[in-house]
Design a protein. Structure first.
Length: 410
């Protein structure tokens, strides 16, 4: 059985407009919308570039500083070593971090000190968050750990550095918890970090493309559900069993029963695998062409009529890919037309009704002009001009058309 990985863009392929990465008013509007649902949609707890940018490590440094202010070394010399994830983890293994005692003062059981209790609770949450993030990365390894065009795999180049950071955070958090259980007199000001639920840095912000994909998913859900209140929006977040700020992943979905007995399912970045793997994983869709790599469109809308052998019976599907571009260029269509080959896993029938591009644009960019379309597209093509911070008539019309066609499909 071949283990697929997410398909990478061929070298030299241009899918985004570079000028859109420069600060724009709609960037702030999009981030505000996402933060209202969860900071985890905007900030990556592990961060990809460097441990200094990791929110988890940033917060651990703050807790370490608070504990240092309430400690003094057991020996004659004070250890002024700068906080570093790896050196601190090594110190924890040597037991050096436990050789401290409280500054003289009122005798308080550290287990009852309210600041110590709050810090230890926070550290337990950080441990759960790091463990969940590690599980999430490893669960997708078989889809990402395959060389593409002779290069390193996505797992090796992207995931392994993140795993190192997360495992460092685990070791440091556990060492800090041991220290917090032994000291009192921790400054009360430390609680501002606890009240904020996390200390983030701008360097840990997800790439603009990832932010836009998450925002587009929310707009598609709103088109079928209506406005999302805080409680409902929280149900879209994937529960990894303790994440401080949950995010979306391939399990993220919106379900709605239809009046005719069918089910509407909207999925965020699902893996589209071979039929064999789709059936094993009880997925309703599979990739209908040969190839080594799994597909991962940004949003998939499915109309299902029950299940068979635990597999959803998908009757129709709509595929939406979010691109940072102001116009629906030919090269963008060439990237997504393959999704027309997605088929139903249970009965091997073609089910894709439409492939659409979601663009941060004020209108559809002249999609009806013949010269913008690939010759003889296998399914209807549409543009969803979804520009954060605005509600243009073109956007409203596009979303109304989409929801109407899905709910009336036969």
């Amino acid at each position: 059985m071949t283990a697929p990985t997410r398909e990478a863009k061929p070298a030299g392929e241009k899918s985004d407009d570079t000028n859109l990465s420069r600060p724009r008013p709609w960037h702030a509007a999009m981030i505000a919308d996402l933060l209202a649902v969860s900071p985890g949609l905007v900030y990556d707890p592990a961060a990809a570039e460097h441990p200094e940018a990791s929110p988890l490590h940033h917060e651990l440094r703050a807790i370490d500083a608070a504990l240092r202010s309430a400690e003094r070394p057991a020996g004659p010399a004070r250890n002024n070593t700068r906080f570093d994830a790896r050196s601190m983890a090594e110190a924890a293994r040597r037991g050096a971090l436990r050789r401290t005692h409280p500054v003289p003062g009122p005798v308080v059981d550290p287990r009852l000190d309210p600041v110590s209790v709050a810090i230890r609770q926070r550290l337990r949450e950080i441990v759960l968050s790091a463990e969940a993030a590690i599980r999430s990365i490893e669960s997708s390894r078989r889809y990402r750990d395959m060389p593409i065009a002779g290069n390193t795999t996505l797992y090796e180049s992207v995931d392994v550095p993140r795993l190192h950071m997360l495992r460092d955070a685990l070791r440091v958090a556990r060492a800090l918890a041991a220290r917090a259980s032994q000291v009192t007199g921790i400054p009360a000001s430390t609680q501002r970090f606890l009240r904020s639920r996390a200390v983030f840095t701008r360097k840990a912000q997800r790439p603009l493309s990832a932010l836009y994909e998450r925002w587009v998913f929310l707009q598609i859900v709103k088109a079928f559900h209506g406005d999302l209140d805080d409680a409902f929006a929280a149900t879209l977040l994937t529960d990894h069993g303790g994440l401080l700020h949950p995010d979306f992943d391939e399990r993220t979905q919106y379900l709605k029963p239809c009046s005719d007995g069918r089910t509407l399912r909207i999925r965020f970045e699902p893996w589209i695998l071979t039929r064999e793997l789709a059936i094993v994983g009880e997925h309703g869709l599979y990739r209908g062409v040969e190839g080594a790599h799994a597909w991962r469109p940004d949003v998939v809308i499915q109309l299902e009529r029950g299940t068979r052998a635990g597999i959803p019976v998908v009757e129709s599907a709509w595929i939406i890919d979010a691109k940072l571009a102001t116009l629906p260029r030919r090269d963008l269509w060439e990237q997504v037309l393959k999704y027309a080959q997605i088929r139903s896993s249970i009965n091997d029938t073609p089910v894709v009704r439409e492939v659409a591009l979601a663009l941060p644009a004020s209108d559809d960019g002249g999609i009806m002009l013949y010269e913008t379309l690939p010759p003889q597209p296998p399914v209807p093509l549409h543009v969803l001009p979804l520009l954060p911070g605005s509600s243009t008539q073109a956007a409203q019309n596009a979303l109304k058309r989409l929801s109407r066609e899905v709910l009336r499909a036969r």
